[in-house]
Design a protein around this ligand. Structure first.
Ligand SMILES: Nc1ncnc2c1ncn2[C@@H]1O[C@H](COP(=O)(O)OP(=O)(O)OP(=O)(O)O)[C@@H](O)[C@H]1O
Length: 253
């Protein structure tokens, strides 16, 4: 079976996939409001791994949630793919946008305990409305891409942390998303498994043209980034574009 996905977004490489302007997010704590995002401008391009780094509590996860339609900001706009202002869409259309265009990879894997690896991937495609036969094919292909064909009938309880995270990546990749949001995807993994995961994300950007937005504390992952954005206390401190040469480490896993 070919490793190349049937369709991808590689023709869009270099184009801006998502752009936010003036994002403000406040949380109510007791009687006061805490401003967690203080007017953040952000963009990410197809084909890039854009890393968001910064100290604990600086607003990284809040930013990703505001960009991906999970948490509505009080102020600001998010232009994402064809949506001129994501937060102006109805909740149903925002859900649909996430379903159709976004892959999510979190620290805690977020897998269904009762489903095996193949079913985890197929279920995500089922929610998207993909017919069963096609979902099956795409699940097999995605699991092959992350090197998990031999484990496709195993449940999360029978897999290591690194394998579980690879299932989560296969589930995201099978959708062929334009946007991949990864929030601390390696923090529950040892160094070696962390590298495997970040290389898979790197490959999703390089080969499929996905815009990968990755929140991390791990400075070792910087080597895989096209761009590193530092956030502190709800503000972007710096935004460094790495040279093209600094980019892909070996892409195989
Ligand atoms: N639902 C909420 N209600 C109140 N405060 C919140 C809520 N969610 C987040 N916060 C606060 O917003 C701030 C930023 O949180 P966020 O999770 O975005 O930080 P982070 O940079 O991702 O941190 P970490 O690296 O520790 O995950 C924190 O001080 C947090 O306590």
């Amino acid at each position: 079976m070919s490793r190349k996905p049937r369709t991808d977004h590689s023709e869009k490489r270099g184009e801006i996939a998502i752009q936010a302007h003036g994002l403000v997010k406040r949380f109510k704590t007791g009687r006061t409001f805490v401003e967690v995002l203080k007017g953040v401008d952000f963009d990410a391009r197809h084909g890039d791994v854009t890393m968001v780094m910064g100290p604990s509590g600086s607003g990284k996860s809040t930013l990703v949630a505001a960009l991906s339609g999970l948490l509505k900001p009080e102020e600001g706009q998010v232009r994402a793919l064809e949506a001129a202002d994501l937060w102006k869409l109805s909740p149903t259309r925002i859900d649909r946008f996430r379903l159709d265009h976004c892959g999510f990879i979190f620290q805690g894997f977020n897998l269904f305990p009762a489903l095996n690896a193949k079913q985890q991937v197929m279920t995500a495609l089922h929610y998207q409305g993909v017919p069963k036969g096609e979902a099956h094919q795409r699940a097999l292909q995605a699991l092959e891409e992350v090197g998990l064909t031999p484990k496709m009938n195993q449940k999360p309880s029978e897999m290591s942390g690194g394998e579980k995270q690879r299932v989560a990546i296969a589930r995201a990749l099978a959708k062929n998303p334009n946007l991949i949001f990864a929030d601390e995807p390696t923090s529950a993994l040892d160094g070696e498994n962390g590298q495997v995961v970040i290389r898979l994300l790197r490959r999703a950007a390089t080969e499929r043209g996905a815009a990968v937005i990755c929140v991390t504390h791990d400075p070792r992952l910087e080597a895989y980034a096209d761009r590193v954005i530092h956030i502190e206390d709800g503000r972007i401190l710096d935004d460094v574009r790495r040279t093209p040469d600094a980019n892909p480490a070996p892409l195989s896993h």
